[in-house]
Ligand binder design. Structure first.
Ligand SMILES: *Cc1c(COP(=O)(O)O)cnc(C)c1O
Length: 370
């Protein structure tokens, strides 16, 4: 097959071109000052990101997995506790729980949006449940309002995994502002991406924010006074420079993602055998990923890859079927919706700077392959 065009799954070069001048100037200042940890750039980002989310506090950390671990620990999750999370998520959600010594309790997702299914959460709650972690997958916002009564009646807390939903909202409330705390990731490919690893915890609670800061700084609020065993997880100053430049463009970029998603919906409307992603009632999604579902996914994936089109699968193996989490004791068939999704999902290229031409090319090839 002839490759006419190469279309990546995510195009970071176009983003970088927009912010390059600002980033270079900011980095130059950081290197001139040699103040690489903390400082005004980090404080500015934390304030700006808290404002975006509508949370009182934001604490920058080293990556999204740390953000989740710190949010859970600061909110009272302890070794031996149970934390409920969806089977269809990136492995990091479960890793954060395990690193505390708590037990990930997986539940299936709803068949339409592939988000945590509140009725399954209700069934999975026990006396040991300490937290529920809705994952706002693909740029959506999970129906957190349906989890709130469950959490309230049991004393469990809600900690959001907001790594894929920066700028998204549900009933006018932003992802990352629903739970007692939320963790997010600024991995380069996320809607708001750093130049390397970075993450943040958002919360309305001054106490939780202070605890996250303490735990992320070796358990120490005052230098060399270590109150608890913490870890080293900080947002680097150079990453804050990059994130500040991109944060001011995030809403515009998310708007462009929404426009691109609308284009796909139109272009794919009459393609038989393709199940399109749907926006839940009340949601303004930010389309971190555009995930269709099709039969014969692997054949289509290969053919599109051969045609130079950057397609992906998020995620090909649900958490309970990974080798890493085999010890939890689930098996094939435990979560049928998540398992079927893993076999049929296909992420099409989508990023703020994708052109209509590129999208048409993706859809033409998809039609041909089908
Ligand atoms: C990216 C991601 C994370 C983890 O973030 P890192 O910064 O890579 O540690 C956690 N959960 C979800 C859903 C993610 O997509």
């Amino acid at each position: 097959m002839k490759v006419l065009q190469r279309i990546p799954l995510v195009d970071l070069a176009a983003q970088q071109a927009e912010v390059d001048d600002e980033v270079q100037a900011g980095l130059k200042a950081v290197f001139a000052s040699t103040a690489f940890i903390g400082g005004p750039d980090v404080a500015q980002f934390e304030e700006g990101y808290a404002r975006l989310v509508g949370a009182r506090h934001c604490v920058g950390v080293a990556n999204g997995t740390d953000a989740l671990e710190l949010a859970l620990r600061a909110s009272g999750v302890t070794p031996g506790g149970e934390v409920i999370l969806p089977a269809n998520t990136f492995i990091a959600t479960a890793e954060a729980v395990s690193r505390i010594g708590a037990r990930p309790v997986l539940v299936d997702v709803d068949p339409t949006h592939l988000l945590i299914d509140p009725s399954r959460v209700a069934e999975a709650m026990t006396e040991a449940t300490q937290a529920i972690v809705p994952v706002h997958l693909f740029g959506q916002v999970a129906p957190v309002e349906l989890l709130e009564p469950l959490a309230r009646s049991s004393g469990a807390v809600i900690i959001e995994d907001a790594a894929q939903s920066q700028g998204a909202s549900r009933h006018s409330r932003a992802a990352g502002s629903w739970g007692l705390a939320a963790g997010t990731s600024f991995y380069p490919g996320k809607n708001l991406g750093a130049a390397g690893d970075a993450g943040a915890v958002t919360t309305d609670s001054a106490e939780i924010a202070a605890r996250v800061r303490l735990l992320g700084a070796h358990g120490s609020a005052v230098k060399y006074q270590h109150e608890v065993i913490g870890m080293n997880s900080r947002l680097d100053t150079v990453q804050a420079v990059v994130l500040n430049a991109k944060l001011s463009r995030l809403e515009r970029w998310n708007q462009r993602r929404r426009a691109a998603a609308a284009n796909y919906a139109e272009l794919l409307a009459n393609v038989p055998g393709v199940e399109l992603p749907r926006t839940a009632e009340g949601n303004i999604d930010v389309w971190h990923l555009y995930v269709i579902r099709i039969a014969e996914r692997d054949r289509v994936l290969r053919a599109l890859t051969d045609a130079g089109i950057g397609v992906g699968v998020h995620y090909p193996v649900p958490v309970h079927l990974t080798a890493a989490f085999a010890h939890l004791g689930y098996s094939a068939g435990s979560f049928p919706v998540a398992e079927k999704a893993a076999d049929t999902m296909l992420s099409l290229p989508l990023y703020p700077h994708i052109t209509l031409d590129q999208q048409e090319y993706v859809v033409e090839n998809l039609e041909r392959v089908l």
